[in-house]
Design a protein around this ligand. Structure first.
Ligand code: ZN
Length: 478
């Protein structure tokens, strides 16, 4: 393996560094790129050493995508409770390991997991490194550190924040610092903080943010934050966090501070966009759909301004929900960055490759086709620079190369969904006497036999019930 060479020739190379596409070749040696363009020929291979050729004629050769916001422990859940409660740690780990290959299949060769339950992310990361799990390279946080005013304490106080949940409650600075120490001891690559759900207030004080950030950096780890509002973004920039998630509402002066800091922004538009745009396809509650449409509308001018001000953009998707399943929508984020932040397709590709490498611990190691980089690349049918949308259809991702190796996938991969356990649903709607009266004669006998729906249909019913329960409020997931 170490001495094996591979020449990917005949294609159009998009390097991922923002430079224009070139008709040229890529030469891979072992797990690294040996040459791109100049020197990428069979002549560069020492006589007698094995050379494999990959014909990319009419194709685009580009770095594998890096998704800076992917939650492997969410198990394609339809509800918060399915993310937090029912599925055992053992099952979640196995489900996540299966889903890792779906992410890789979509051309995503590295991910960053900004929070998830237990230390499953640490296990997955090590599983990939050891060759046990067929998946993208990975960097991971542990459970989100949240205050009672933050995203990850959504349940009534009597319930609290469950041990199996994605968050861990820390309402005092001492508790926050203790969590940082424990999570670092347990192997996380970075810390994830959960500020307020939709930017309605700042859930951590300035002092708390500064103190946790300093401690994290002292322990040689990175730190990021879910921050949708202007105040949180400003406080996070001043505290010196390493990158910021969302930034939906930012005043002009906060945009300028963010741009000057060079701290990257991962808007993570996909989840909100899918909820807004495809509500009718997957049964998103109307109020949630409308709320998400407003968030998208309000974010567009903010993100355009941020892009014009020079803010560094990174692509992340919040994949892992039922509405953002693994391996389906990662590249749509690039499209959304074009549409909602004004990036050019080439800039969007950089946001999803080179610029995202630091969040996956691969700065200077991957995300770019250049000599010395890891040979993590994809061969794409179509021209993503002309139409970024070609990346969204994974049938166009013809070949995935990870560390110089062409990855194989199970044939049935796309069709199989292994998910977290469904919520305990008793019925799809409230049963009144009148409903029964009106339905009499209208439907066939649905007596005491088997359930008249499949498991998938059952999940859809659960979703609809949830829609009604949630009618009065809008959740801001992610
Ligand atoms: Zn998220």
């Amino acid at each position: 393996m170490a001495s094996e060479w591979m020449l990917i020739h005949g294609g159009t190379v998009v390097r991922g560094d923002g430079s224009p596409p070139e008709a040229t070749a890529v030469l891979v040696h072992g797990d690294r790129i040996a040459a791109v363009g100049e020197g990428a020929t069979a002549d560069a291979v020492p006589r007698g050493e094995p050379l494999k050729r990959l014909d990319a004629t009419g194709r685009t050769v580009m770095p594998g995508l890096i998704d800076a916001h992917c939650h492997m422990t969410y198990g394609e859940s339809l509800t918060s409770e399915e993310i937090d409660l029912y599925t055992s740690v053992e099952s979640r780990t196995l489900i996540a390991a299966w889903n890792m290959q779906k992410v890789l299949r979509a051309g995503v060769t590295a991910i960053s997991q900004p929070g998830g339950s237990f230390y499953i992310g640490v296990g997955l990361r090590e599983g990939v490194r050891a060759g046990i799990v067929n998946g993208p390279r990975m960097w991971t946080a542990g459970r989100y550190i949240t205050t009672s005013n933050g995203l990850s304490d959504p349940y009534p106080e009597a319930v609290g924040v469950p041990e199996s949940g994605l968050g861990v409650l820390a309402n005092t600075l001492a508790e926050m610092r203790e969590q940082v120490r424990l999570q670092v001891k347990n192997g996380v690559d970075f810390i994830k903080l959960a500020d307020s759900p939709y930017g309605q207030w700042q859930a951590f004080s300035d002092d708390e943010l500064k103190s946790i950030t300093d401690l994290t950096h002292q322990l040689r780890r990175k730190i990021t934050i879910h921050a949708r509002g202007s105040d949180e973004v400003r406080a996070s920039v001043r505290a010196g966090v390493d990158w910021i998630m969302h930034g939906n509402h930012m005043s002009d002066d906060v945009i300028d501070e963010l741009a000057a800091s060079r701290i990257p922004l991962v808007p993570t538009l996909l989840l909100i966009a899918n909820l807004a745009d495809f509500a009718h396809v997957c049964g998103v509650p109307p109020r949630l759909r409308d709320g998400c449409r407003r968030v998208m509308e309000q974010s567009a001018p903010v993100l355009h301004k941020a892009h014009e001000a020079g803010v560094v953009f990174v692509a992340g998707t919040d994949s892992g929900f039922g509405v953002t399943p693994y391996g389906e929508w990662h590249a749509r984020e690039l499209q959304l960055l074009v549409e909602y932040a004004g990036l050019s397709p080439l800039e969007a590709i950089t946001a999803g490759t080179k610029a995202a490498a630091p969040m996956a611990g691969l700065e200077g190691e991957a995300g770019e086709l250049a000599p010395g980089m890891l040979a993590d690349l994809i061969v794409v049918h179509g021209d993503p620079v002309a139409d970024i949308g070609v990346l969204t259809d994974k049938r166009n991702i013809e070949t995935v190369v990870l560390g110089g190796r062409v990855v194989e996938f199970p044939a049935e991969l796309d069709a199989v969904h292994h998910t977290n356990e469904s919520a305990r649903t008793y019925s799809r709607r409230i049963l009144t006497y009148r409903d029964v009266e009106e339905s009499r004669g209208a439907s066939e006998d649905r007596g005491t036999g088997d359930l008249p729906w499949t498991r998938q249909e059952g999940r859809e019913l659960a979703s609809e019930l949830r829609a009604q329960e949630m009618g009065a409020r809008i959740v801001a997931p992610g």
